[in-house]
Design a protein around this ligand. Structure first.
Ligand SMILES: Nc1ncnc2c1ncn2[C@@H]1O[C@H](COP(=O)(O)OP(=O)(O)OP(=O)(O)O)[C@@H](O)[C@H]1O
Ligand SMILES: [Mg+2]
Length: 667
């Protein structure tokens, strides 16, 4: 059990927890929620020992193995698979132990003790799951959206977002009693998100997850910890239940508060009236005491909600830009450029609000980045309208911030760089005031950005973008890190924005509320998407199926190559086994191999059975989806279908891995 008793937790001058008392039981799935900067990540730092309580008692079982997602960007030439296998810390330790003992054994092959140790080391390693570590790791990597040909590619060859997915896979790989996940869905698209939900639902240990995503929290948690105003409150329910309970609680508190205010006013009146009268002085006195003793109900602290708006753009060129027969992609040093989208011809007009859709890895960000001039078009033309002023917001923009500098310094520098082009007042006082309107008040304008929370950084980038008065907004996943209230503020501001908007987001609520047309990026081209977001969900399902089929063909091709190689190897001369000892040894080995094959065959049989059941269910579901259904049922059926497809894909993956192992044994 994790126990906090009257815990006080500080970050420099800020008190993040003031007398927090809460228990978390083993096996509970907990959602940790609260506004940006409320102290969620800091609470994780307390749990994992990087931060210590400043008062009260904190207890966490010492023997608990903890898994968490490393926050740094991995830099290594290791393959994606190996990197994720490395997340199994126990396995890594045992491998190191084995290597050491093997070395000792090589020097003293006659030492019986070392021989014993060696035997133990082997069994320990087997117990830790050495035999299927690689397929387990690969199932995680594939589940998180990587393609099968990427499994062996070096970690360094992936972009930032994908490397963070590998960090997540690494954490999931680690056997743990406590799993700490800080906004795990930020780098995920819908596909991977649904996969992660399914994975977490099967996780057996205690899990605490920080997220601003309602649906995700509802799917994976059954307890909610809310952190606000330095208080930590436990609610026995998922996020939706928490919202209901909290609304009720707030209402009750409001009622209690006003009742008490009435009573206080009444007492006070009595005291004021009678304190001068000798005969009543005693009673007045007792009421003064009553007033002093009264435990005050706190007034509702309305959470400092904030709204902002985009300033009216100075001028709006029309068309904003036109793209003429362009190819988009990226250049790799020493290689031919990689084209992702070709033959793109479209124009972006004043006032359009375009949602950019597309399955993961199809080139949405490439398109947006090229328009934002972060990279050049590989061919064709992108012509900008006169006076085009782009406001570009992307995940990696957070890295653009300088950790040592504070928000005010960022604003001052930006104002200076824009020089006479700046349309806003550039005095320090004005900039301070401006930051205040984005909820950076008092001390915070002077806090180094490096120490700010994820959401605070995102809010600063947003503030800097708004200040530049763009007329074309290019937003690539802008809501990551933002809390719900800030997301809503963004949605409102975007709705009132008078310029043109291009938005990439997996936040369906946001897409729905601010976009009125959609482009679809997929299969190497950009097309109009005629349909709503439900059609899009179905499109995604089909698309992931198609990609999976493609991957399977690739795997089969790779297998054919491997089989040919194996055949060639088999054709090579082998040692003949003529001596009796040799024959005996061979027989023993065969026996051993058949023993080893048994569990594999058993698991294969089980998988066959499960696969048949899952496929049958899938057919039924697909048949149902072909009929007209109410939307709620479509959503449920779609979700289930997705889960089934994922499961089947995983089963197939595992089946392939097992039959490979069987084949290897037979060889
Ligand atoms: N080293 C530090 N020095 C000063 N203030 C800090 C430091 N680290 C964090 N803070 C502040 O403490 C507060 C809590 O930060 P924390 O990262 O725990 O928030 P959070 O709840 O995880 O927010 P988010 O939802 O944005 O991730 C923030 O206001 C942050 O600016
Ligand atoms: Mg955080």
């Amino acid at each position: 059990m994790i126990t906090l008793k009257n815990v006080i937790l500080r970050r420099s001058a800020k008190k993040l927890l003031d007398g927090a008392t809460v228990n978390l039981n083993p096996g509970e799935k907990v959602g940790l929620v609260g506004r940006n900067g409320a102290g969620k990540s800091s609470l994780f730092a307390l749990f994992n020992g990087t931060l210590h309580e400043d008062g009260g008692d904190f207890y966490i079982p010492k023997q608990w193995r903890m898994a968490q997602v490393a926050q740094d960007m991995p830099e290594t030439e290791e393959s994606a698979t190996d990197f994720v296998v490395g997340g199994d810390t126990r396995l890594t330790e045992l491998r190191a132990t084995l290597a050491a003992i093997e070395a000792a054994y090589a020097e003293n092959p006659d030492d019986a003790d070392i021989g014993m140790e060696l035997a133990h080391a082997y069994t320990d390693l087997a117990d830790a799951g050495e035999h299927d570590a690689v397929p387990r790791a690969q199932a995680l990597v594939l589940g998180l959206g990587f393609k099968s040909h990427e499994l062996d590619e070096p970690v360094n060859s992936f972009s930032g977002g994908w490397r963070m997915r590998l960090q997540l896979a690494r954490a999931l790989m680690c056997p743990s009693d406590l799993l700490l996940l800080d906004e795990p869905t930020n780098h995920l698209d819908l596909d991977a998100l649904v996969w992660l939900e399914a994975w977490l639902q099967k996780y057996a240990g205690t899990m605490i997850v920080i997220s601003h995503d309602r649906e995700f929290l509802d799917a994976v948690t059954d307890v909610t910890l809310h952190i606000a105003n330095a208080q930590l409150t436990r609610y026995g329910g998922n996020y939706s239940k928490f919202e209901d309970m909290r609304a009720l609680q707030m209402e009750q508190q409001q009622v209690a508060f006003s009742k008490q205010q009435d009573k206080i006013a009444h007492l006070q009146k009595f005291i004021d009236r009678f304190k001068a009268k000798a005969s009543k002085a005693k009673q007045a006195q007792s009421r003064v005491k009553a007033l002093e003793r009264m435990e005050r109900v706190a007034p509702l602290l309305a959470e400092a909600d904030f709204t902002f708006e985009f300033k009216e753009p100075g001028n709006i060129p029309n068309p904003m830009l036109s793209i003429d027969n362009a190819s988009f992609g990226y250049e790799i040093e020493g290689e031919a450029p990689k084209t992702i989208l070709r033959g793109v011809s479209r124009s972006v007009l004043a006032g359009q609000r375009i949602g950019i859709l597309g399955a993961n890895g199809q080139g949405k960000s490439t398109l947006v980045k090229t328009i934002a001039r972060e990279m050049g078009a590989l061919a064709g033309q992108v012509t900008e309208g006169k006076g085009l002023n782009i406001g570009y917001f992307a995940q990696q923009e957070l890295d653009v911030l300088r950790p040592q500098d504070n928000p005010l310094e960022h604003m001052v520098r930006m104002a200076r760089e824009l020089g006479s082009n700046a349309k806003e007042a550039t005095g320090e006082q004005a900039l301070r005031g401006y930051l205040g309107s984005f909820n950076f008040s008092g001390d915070m304008v002077k806090q180094p950005v490096g120490t700010m929370s994820g959401g605070e950084k995102a809010r600063l980038v947003l503030a800097m973008m708004v200040w530049q008065r763009p007329n074309l907004l290019l937003l690539d996943e802008p809501t990551n890190h933002l809390d719900l209230a800030t997301r809503e503020a963004l949605a409102v501001a975007l709705n009132e924005f008078e310029g043109t908007l291009m938005l990439v987001s997996h936040d369906r609520a946001l897409l729905r509320s601010v976009c009125d047309e959609f482009w679809l990026v997929g299969r190497g081209v950009v097309t109009d998407f005629d349909g709503d977001l439900d059609d899009y969900q179905r499109y995604l399902l089909d698309e992931s199926k198609r990609l999976r089929e493609e991957a399977k063909v690739a795997v089969r091709e790779a297998d054919a190559v491997a089989a040919a190689a194996a055949a060639a190897a088999a054709a090579a001369p082998v040692k003949s086994s003529n001596t009796p000892e040799q024959r005996k040894q061979d027989a023993q080995e065969r026996q051993q191999r058949s023993e080893q094959a048994k569990p594999l065959k058993k698991e294969i049989a089980k998988i066959d059975e499960r696969m048949a059941a899952a496929s049958a269910e899938r057919s039924t579901l697909e048949a149902r989806l072909a009929e007209p259904l109410p939307p709620a049922e479509i959503a449920d059926a779609g979700k289930r279908l997705k889960a089934l497809n994922d499961e089947i894909a995983q089963l197939e993956e595992r089946w392939l891995a097992l039959s490979d192992q069987l084949e290897a044994l037979a060889a």
